[in-house]
Design a protein around this ligand. Structure first.
Ligand SMILES: Cc1cc2nc3c(=O)[nH]c(=O)nc-3n(C[C@H](O)[C@H](O)[C@H](O)COP(=O)(O)OP(=O)(O)OC[C@H]3O[C@@H](n4cnc5c(N)ncnc54)[C@H](O)[C@@H]3O)c2cc1C
Length: 431
């Protein structure tokens, strides 16, 4: 460490080194603080926590706005699934006048206000195409493509000591291959492109996938007088959104302070049974493991029912097993039944895109693009690499990661401050 400081001290005063770092290419920028990839809630929270500690950062975002998942890829009726107190980013709460479950627009407004308050100005339309640690100079090399079709594509390179991966668990839509997709005559689209049931009024729509999104899209379709059906291939835990006058999530967190998880799961299932009845009767079999244990082990989130189950019970939403193949305007299911449909919505989830751009395989699994080490230890890797928002614990996990990362970087930042400050450039968000 002393040796490193000595080298850095020398480098800080070595004009040739600084010249090489900053001007080896006109499109190469040497960044004194961390580079954060992704300006969703995770990237914003990390930038704010760093700023609070006086550390400037650069935030790179592929789209043209903050929180692009929320602004561009979600349906109109979306509200936070969890009460607002579990979805706050660090250092700034939700406005008190917001409802318990803020709407998508309210959440976006909150994030805009957050970015404004901490003066976070991401570099938009800049997609990180590759990031790799260069052991010879002990910096991360982060390559980006800037702009798009209209303004042409330019390439940039950032050199930084700390790299924060904040590209999210939901970076790319998962679109399954279904036999006969080419043959199907109607619209097939992922939920990331679904906005409202309005355009499906009067249509027979098959929703594939029974997570929170699939269930809510079905309800939205019902509310717009479409005729939705739901494909349920796996077992699923459906819980009421509220129990005994409290949010189910909040109640679970509170019970976990006193009781073991298995017992809390049992209580949740008893109350769910009393409130919702036996969901297996409607084609929604429950997994063998309880909802919290399952979430803990596999990350699979229970569905918090916002009214869909009542529509299934009343027959407004029909439930089908897995799809065998698609035909011109019909779907054949694995049980041999064949039904007519006008459109198919794929509520088949998302995946991380980290393996496509991060040239590293110690911290992140190349298989699923998530940190290999389980929660709560997945946030820190080697050589100044960090991850935020990959805990499968939503915004609560985001806040925890962001605070830890800022704290950790601060300790190195102080040690390396003279060197880092010598590289300060106007591109960074100044503290
Ligand atoms: C429909 C839906 C509802 C949800 N509801 C809740 C909820 O109620 N409560 C909760 O806690 N969680 C909820 N979640 C989980 C949600 O993912 C998180 O709350 C939150 O959006 C995660 O923030 P993030 O910044 O980690 O990821 P994201 O919001 O996905 O942001 C990642 C950003 O990185 C950018 N990016 C990706 N790749 C690159 C690249 N190569 N270069 C540059 N930029 C890149 C993306 O464009 C994006 O803007 C919900 C998710 C969905 C899909």
């Amino acid at each position: 460490m002393d040796c490193l400081r000595e080298i850095e001290g020398k480098q800080a005063h070595d004009p040739i080194f600084i010249e090489k770092m900053n001007k080896s290419s006109p499109r190469c920028i040497c960044v004194p603080g961390p580079v954060i990839v992704g300006a969703g809630p995770s990237g914003l929270a990390t930038a704010a926590c760093l700023k609070e500690r006086g550390i400037p950062s650069i935030l790179l975002e592929r789209s043209n706005c903050i929180a692009s998942l929320w602004q561009l890829k979600t349906y109109d009726r979306l509200r936070l699934h969890l009460p607002k107190q579990f979805c706050e980013l660090p250092l700034m709460g939700f406005p008190s006048e917001f409802p318990t479950y803020p709407s998508k627009q309210q959440f976006v407004d909150y994030l805009e206000a957050y970015a404004k308050r901490f003066e976070i100005r991401p570099r938009f339309n800049e997609t990180v195409s590759q990031a790799e640690y260069d052991a010879t100079i002990r910096f991360w090399r982060v390559k980006t493509t800037v702009g798009g079709q209209k303004c042409g594509v330019e390439e940039m390179e950032y050199l930084c000591r700390w790299l924060v991966v904040a590209t999210g668990e939901n970076a790319e839509a998962v679109v399954p291959e279904i036999e006969g997709s080419d043959e199907f005559g109607g619209d097939i689209r992922h939920t990331s492109l679904y906005k409202s049931g309005e355009e499906f009024r009067g249509k027979r729509v098959l929703v594939v996938g029974c997570g929170n999104s699939g269930m809510e899209v079905c309800l939205d379709l019902c509310n717009h007088d479409a005729m939705p059906s739901l494909v349920v291939r796996d077992t699923v835990h459906v819980l009421p959104q509220e129990m005994l006058g409290k949010s189910t999530f909040g109640l679970s967190m509170w019970l976990l302070k006193w009781l073991p998880m298995r017992l809390v799961d049992k209580l949740l299932l008893v109350v769910s049974w009393l409130m919702l009845g036996d969901t297996a009767r409607f084609g929604l079999d429950r997994p063998l493991l309880g909802p919290l244990q399952l979430k803990n082990l596999s990350g699979k989130t229970p569905v918090l029912d916002a009214g869909t189950l009542a529509k299934i019970k009343s027959g407004h939403i029909r439930v089908f097993p897995g799809i065998k193949r698609l035909k011109r305007y019909a779907v054949e299911f694995v049980n041999g039944r064949c039904e007519d449909f006008d459109a198919i919505i794929l509520a088949t989830g998302y995946r991380s895109n980290v393996p496509s751009w991060l040239k590293e395989s110690e911290m992140f699994s190349r298989k699923d693009g998530l940190p290999r080490r389980p929660f709560p230890n997945g946030w820190k890797g080697e050589s100044g690499l960090y991850s935020v928002g990959f805990t499968k614990r939503g915004l609560l996990g985001v806040a925890m990661d962001a605070k830890r990362i800022a704290q950790d970087i601060e300790s190195c930042w102080k040690a390396k401050a003279p060197f880092a400050r010598s590289l300060l450039l106007p591109h960074s968000t100044s503290p």
